[in-house]
Every structure is written in C-alpha cells, then in structure tokens.
Design a protein around this ligand. Structure first.
Ligand SMILES: Cc1cc2nc3c(=O)[nH]c(=O)nc-3n(C[C@H](O)[C@H](O)[C@H](O)COP(=O)(O)OP(=O)(O)OC[C@H]3O[C@@H](n4cnc5c(N)ncnc54)[C@H](O)[C@@H]3O)c2cc1C
Ligand code: FES
Length: 230
C-alpha cells in the first residue's frame, strides 16, 4: 500500500509492453479491469490502483507471486513528440501514474518537464518523489490545503505560471475538462470509460468527439484537446 486504499503492483511476464494500459482478468469477475501503465523497465510493468470496488479489492489481497492473465499493449498513449521543448503535465489522483512514464519519455527526448499534481488530501498523495527525480519542476495541490497549494491543479498552475508549449493531462473528467478548456495551447487528455472487451470490438466504451464516435480503448484513451466535446 502506498497511500490510502492505493496499491502498487509490479508485473513480469511475456507479451507486448507498449500501449497505454493493461486489462487484467480477475478470477470470479466476468469483465477485465483496465489499469494504466505507470512505469516499464526490463520487461516489468508497474501499475498503481485504488481499491474502489470488489475487483480491485480482490487484486489488493493477492499474494506476491500470483499468476495473472493480462492483456498488454492496449490503447493509444500520449504523443511525447508533440511537445517541442517544454511540457506541462497535469495529473489528478489516480490519473497521476501514467504521467510518470510520460515524464520519463519526455526527459529522454531532452524536454523540460513541469508536473502539477493534485490530490484531495495528504494521505492520498502518490509518486511526488518519483516525479521530483525526473521532472524539472513539480507542484502539488491538495483540496484541503494539507500539502502544497490549497485548491485544485488549476490553482497550482495559476500560482506557478509555468512555461510550456504542450500540455498532457490525466485525472477525473471534471478536472480534465477544466484543464482542456482553460489552458492555452495544444494538449492531450487521457480519458476513462467503463470498458467491456478493452480491445476495440464491443464499442461499449464509445464517446462522441468532434470527428464522430470514438472508442476510448482503441482510438484512445488519449485524445487531442481539440477533438473532445466534453
Ligand atoms: C484506460 C483506463 C485506465 C485506468 N487506469 C487506472 C489506474 O491506473 N489506476 C486506477 O486505480 N484505476 C484506473 N482505472 C479505473 C479502474 O479500471 C477501475 O477503478 C476498476 O476497473 C474498478 O474495478 P472494481 O471491480 O474495483 O470496481 P467496480 O465494482 O467495477 O466499480 C466500483 C466503482 O468504481 C467505478 N468505476 C469502475 N470502473 C470505472 C472506470 N473505468 N471509470 C470510472 N469509474 C469506474 C464504478 O462506477 C463504481 O462506482 C482506469 C480505467 C480505464 C478505463
Ligand atoms: S471496451 Fe470494447 S470497444 Fe472499447
């Protein structure tokens, strides 16, 4: 456990390790549970998840070494090449983990990276030290003001006034809507939808975009800001 009801899981095995998320079969549950990739190194994947229902509860109670059946290589991820020089990452809660892998990819391309990470309160904070080792600048906001700027990520951005030419965001829909509709310049958001097949077949995760219906699992979960209708 790395924060309240929040767990880190490292997976190793065979299969593709690219993609934005994995889909885990949990014994006793018909549908798989999608989780974003937080890190990947030497064929190992790290995911960070919060226990919100029965599936994630069962996952959190599994012993180290348990064998899982996992679909990997799913989804279209963030485009690290879309940033020219300076990137702004805006994460909220359990939307923070996939931005960590992105931060590493941006730094590997020589970009300047600022991360603004928002949480409700201190005991929900995750990964800030990891971001500090990778990013040029990290700002934290908490709704109750217990750590960092009091308020939302937008309050922390207003206080920091970071330079950026492209932003990337992942978190609660309401946060991403505010970020995408108030931040200037181009950007991308990683959406969440309840999923059926997770691989593009059932259309259960479809959303309406400016260019028509799109599947979050296959056409996304990352979409350009200008495609989204909110
Ligand atoms: C592409 C993608 C990436 C994700 N990455 C992460 C991640 O990195 N870490 C993480 O903790 N969670 C992530 N999620 C959400 C995660 O998949 C759900 O929290 C999980 O499937 C819940 O399973 P459960 O059986 O515990 O809960 P359930 O019993 O299925 O549901 C419990 C509660 O959680 C809500 N819920 C369940 N699934 C979702 C969902 N997909 N979106 C919004 N609300 C949901 C339900 O409405 C319900 O209120 C991601 C979802 C998607 C689609
Ligand atoms: S979940 Fe089946 S198409 Fe996306």
């Amino acid at each position: 456990m790395i924060a309240v009801k929040t767990f880190k899981m490292v997976l190793e095995g065979e299969g593709a390790v690219d993609g934005e998320f994995i889909d885990i079969a949990i014994p006793g549950f018909y549908l798989r549970r999608p989780l974003s990739i937080c890190d990947q190194e030497d064929g190992r994947l790290t995911v960070i998840y919060k226990v919100v229902g029965e599936g994630t509860k069962v996952l959190s109670e599994m012993a180290v070494g348990t064998e899982l059946e996992v679909l990997t290589g799913l989804g279209r991820g963030f485009d690290a090449d879309a940033c020219r020089e300076e990137a702004l990452l805006v994460g909220g809660g359990l939307g923070v983990p996939p931005l960590y892998l992105l931060a590493k990819e941006l730094k590997a391309r020589g970009k300047k990276v600022t991360a603004v990470l928002g949480f409700n309160k201190a005991d929900e904070i995750i990964l800030t030290q990891e971001f500090e080792t990778v990013c040029d600048q990290v700002a934290v906001s908490t709704v109750d003001g217990s750590v960092g700027v009091k308020g939302f990520v937008t309050d922390a951005i207003a206080a920091l006034k970071p330079d950026y030419d492209f932003f990337y965001t992942c978190g609660p829909m309401v946060m991403m809507k505010v970020v995408c509709t108030t931040l200037e310049g181009p950007g991308e958001a990683s959406l969440e939808e309840r999923m059926g097949c997770g691989a593009g077949f059932c259309y259960g995760c479809s959303i309406q975009t400016k260019s028509g219906p799109r599947r979050v699992c296959k056409d996304g979960p990352v979409f350009k800001k200008e495609e989204l209708t909110w």
